[in-house]
Write a protein that binds this ligand. Structure first.
Ligand code: NDP
Length: 809
């Protein structure tokens, strides 16, 4: 407005009256008007590319043959055309990443850190452009992209620049994995990109990333940032396209690891597709996370927590608190408060700063949400929506509340991935835990109570990778994030997340053939062979095989050493049940478990010569080698007894006024399939670290030499090990291993054997997404401590749970 250009004093009486009326009306209703953010700069960016984007390969833009449209779900207008990468393009990108790898690694962590800092600064400098572009492309409110997504993206690059700087000193036993294929979803497009790219580059890997079809724009702007900071060509490649582009990336032979975030369904497809290939994988999948409210909680805070839990990002959040579990005594009061708050929520254009809920990403997602809501109604659950209507010109869905929901109904079990809250009640704390765990997922959990003792009692009992106490949906680069069960495995963020992007240097020393001591030529005398009947060991008791068969075991000289039970599927089933029934071991303190392990070591020590003779008879080892294996076994038990109360977590430095406890937890019930070689030592080296951290195990010992393991249960019987902690099933190793892989109640599975069965184990385990650790037919020297003892074993035997505890008076 020019100076002196004031409102005309001759304004008509009518006009003045009209303004007064409007002001009066506004004061009466207190309604907000729209406060739109400008899209001008974002439009300039799109126009500068003629609204057509190509593929970012080897630091340059490569023209694609086909393109598809990306829309703004707030108004259904086409924003731009995006390139569809073909299999050839994928190959070109992977080749570029491979070519860039060596130089990127050789730069060293300190030089890589400079690039990551530069990227972080560029993101901050262009933060508003990123925020607007994300809001336009995804439909999420500009307030969220501006205040949450983009600041977290910058933080992620800063944090991992620091890890790059420290890698050479703090993580020197590890090295890069190689070329990482990364596939991300549409719900947090740039944030997921940063979660994937920042740690990968920091640890010396190069990447090929495929954004989701609905939301590629910010990844393409990020590609420009990579050019601007002079990132070496080929270190980051962005290839856009549909699911088939992702599949081509997954299946490319020169990709060394896949990092995926998305649906459980596609996660399973990927797990199966790369089974046995030796490619590493981390999967961050769906969830149906509980939001537990106890009767002493501050209900007004709870209501705001619920808004953040299920209406943040339109509920399209993998860790959304979509299952409200409320203590029965306060349920009606809480439901009334939630409804009053829902009545005031505003749904609308993502670019309006006055809205709470933006647009659903695409019509297909809107349809999925509505179908599940209709199913919820058809199944007899009570549905409530606010009285106002959503705008009609975009992909909008109203906040929705289901109350008095039956825990078995579809909407209580299936991930809806929309603004739909499903509520049910509980009476006791025990019931709250049972309901919380009544899901095939295990991503996150919110606990609301003013009693910190209660919150910290519940937190470890809920199977979830992240637990927020009196808070929800809080994230930070300094904390790990990831799930259990069908929510996938692996962690992103925090020190724990780095291990997804490195491998132990020692792996390079593994052999292609089993490593065994020399077999004696002189005749071995078998003392008590066939007369002593070995049994299996289930639930702390000796057990005969369900099938009633035994296998004759001969040594390398062809002499019969004895008979071992032939275990079958039913024995595996009984052993898994026994392992689950044993809650006692996991609840013991690390100190108490250590005492039991010391006791085991002492008892084995007392029977050294007996175990050594057994090795001589079964394997025809020389006496010196047999003695050495027993000695090493005893020593290894002492090592893990020492670790039992020392393998602890961290208090991560995350956001202000918050403690984030990163606590290692046992994986749960684990299957362990031992190698054939080193029948005593490999049994000890795998079983003992697993139980040291509180797991219960089902072990398949060496198939050719099982008696070291069956002798061992006499030691367990005399060492105060609770029944069900270690269960031993002898028999055909590979078919028993498959039974373990198929079993739904086995949480983790280690397999040491051949390449083919490694593949079967990974593939069959996809069904319940159990964590696997297999050797792909590579063999370690069990006598070598560097190869066969320590942190790697403990890490695979545990998972990190992050518990967020806000504080402040
Ligand atoms: P998807 O799992 O299909 O998509 C995730 C990513 O994987 C996208 O980049 C997608 O490409 C790609 N993709 C799809 N198929 C394959 C394949 N066979 N091989 C490799 N990559 C593939 O999720 P949707 O987008 O279809 O969403 C469906 C449901 O998934 C949602 O309703 C929600 O329940 C869940 N979901 C969970 C997320 C989470 O954060 N855990 C995130 C997103 C969705 P493209 O986009 O081109 O199809």
């Amino acid at each position: 407005m020019k100076r002196g250009n004031r409102q005309s004093p001759t304004l008509s009486v009518f006009a003045r009256k009209n303004i007064e009326m409007k002001v009066k009306e506004i004061f009466n209703t207190m309604a907000y008007g729209p406060a739109p953010e400008s899209a001008a700069q974002a439009n300039e960016f799109l126009d500068a590319h003629n609204r057509t984007f190509e593929l970012f390969i080897n630091g340059e833009w490569k023209k694609a043959e086909k393109h598809f449209e990306t829309i703004n779900p707030s108004n259904m207008e086409v924003l731009a055309n995006i390139a569809e990468a073909s299999e050839r393009d994928v190959n070109e990108a992977v080749t570029a990443a491979n070519k860039a790898l060596k130089d990127w690694v050789n730069l060293g962590g300190r030089a890589r850190a400079r690039y990551l800092y530069a990227i972080a600064r560029q993101i901050q400098k262009h933060s508003r452009l990123f925020a607007v572009l994300e809001a336009l492309d995804n439909g999420k409110p500009i307030r969220e992209t501006r205040d949450i997504d983009i600041p977290l993206v910058a933080r992620h690059f800063y944090h991992h620049a620091g890890w790059a700087q420290l890698m050479d000193t703090e993580l020197k036993d590890y090295k890069e994995i190689g070329v990482i294929g990364q596939i991300i979803p549409w719900n947090f497009p740039l944030l997921m990109l940063s979660w994937k790219i920042a740690p990968a580059l920091a640890m010396g890997n190069t990447v090929v990333l495929k954004p989701a079809e609905f939301t590629s724009l910010t990844a393409l702007l990020f590609a420009e940032i990579c050019q601007n900071v002079g990132l070496p060509k080929g270190v980051v490649n962005i290839i856009t396209g549909p699911g088939s582009t992702g599949a081509a990336l997954v299946n490319h032979k020169d990709v060394h690891k896949i990092a995926f975030t998305g649906s459980t369904e596609v996660g399973k497809i990927i797990r199966k597709a790369i089974a046995g290939s030796g490619k590493k994988v981390s999967l961050e999948l769906g969830g149906k996370s509980p939001f537990i409210v106890f009767e002493d909680a501050d209900l007004d805070s709870v209501v705001e927590g619920i808004v953040d839990a299920i209406w943040f990002n339109q509920g399209q959040v993998c860790c959304a608190g979509s299952r409200l579990l409320v203590q029965e005594s306060i349920q009606d009061k809480l439901y009334d408060k939630i409804k009053a708050r829902m009545e005031k929520l505003r749904v609308g254009d993502a670019m309006d700063k006055c809205i709470d809920i933006g647009a659903i990403v695409a019509p297909v997602q809107l349809k999925t949400i509505d179908e599940l809501v209709q199913k919820g109604i058809a199944e007899g659950n009570q549905m409530w929506q606010p009285s106002w209507e959503c705008p009609k010109d975009g992909c909008f869905y109203p906040p929705t509340l289901f109350t008095h929901v039956s825990p078995s109904s579809t909407i209580a079990q299936e991930e809806i991935f929309g603004p739909v809250l499903v509520a049910m009640s509980f009476r006791s704390h025990q019931e709250a835990i049972k309901l919380a765990n009544n899901t095939r997922y295990g991503l996150a959990c919110s606990i609301w109570t003013e009693n910190i003792n209660l919150a910290l009692d519940i937190a470890p009992k809920v199977k979830a990778g992240t637990v927020w106490i009196n808070s929800t949906n809080v994230f930070d680069a300094g904390s790990g994030f990831g799930g259990y069960r069908e929510s996938g495995f692996g962690r992103e963020g925090g020190k724990e997340g780095l291990f997804e992007y490195m491998k132990p240097r020692i792996e390079e020393q593994f052999s292609d053939k089993p490593i065994n001591p020399a077999v004696q030529k002189s005749k071995i005398t078998i003392t008590d062979s066939i007369n002593r009947t070995a049994k299996m060991y289930i639930g702390g008791k000796q057990a005969r095989p369900d099938g009633g068969y035994s296998i004759t075991i001969k040594n390398p000289q062809g002499e019969i050493v004895g008979e071992a039970p032939e275990g079958s599927r039913k024995d595996i089933r009984n052993a898994v049940e026994a392992a689950h029934a044993n809650g006692k071991w996991a609840e013991m303190t690390g100190h108490a478990r250590a005492q039991v392990l010391y006791y085991i070591a002492e008892n084995l020590s007392a029977r050294k010569s007996e175990f050594s003779n057994r090795l001589v008879q079964m394997c025809c080892y020389g006496k010196t080698d047999a003695d050495a294996e027993v000695e090493k076994s005893i020593d290894r038990i002492y090592t893990y007894a020492a670790h039992a109360d020392k393998y602890d977590g961290q208090a991560h430095q995350t956001i202000q006024r918050n403690v984030t406890l990163a606590m290692p937890e046992p994986v749960g019930v684990m299957g362990i399939v031992c190698p054939d070689e080193a029948p005593l030592l490999a049994f000890i080296s795998t079983v003992i670290p697993a139980i040291a951290l509180g797991n219960s195990v089902i072990v398949i010992p060496s198939e050719s030499a099982p008696f070291s393991a069956t002798d061992f249960y006499q030691i367990l019987d005399t060492s105060d090990v609770p029944g069900g902690t270690i269960n031993i099933i002898t028999g055909p190793k590979d078919s028993l291993a498959k039974e373990l892989a198929k079993h739904y109640d086995v949480d983790g599975l280690w397999y040491f054997g051949n390449k083919e069965s490694s593949k079967d184990i990974e593939s069959l385990s996809a069904e319940n997404m159990k964590r696997t650790w297999v050797n792909y037919g590579k063999y370690r020297n069990w006598m070598n401590n560097e190869q066969s003892e320590g942190m790697e074993f403990l890490r695979h035997a545990s998972e990190i749970k992050n518990i967020w505890i806000p504080y402040g008076a």
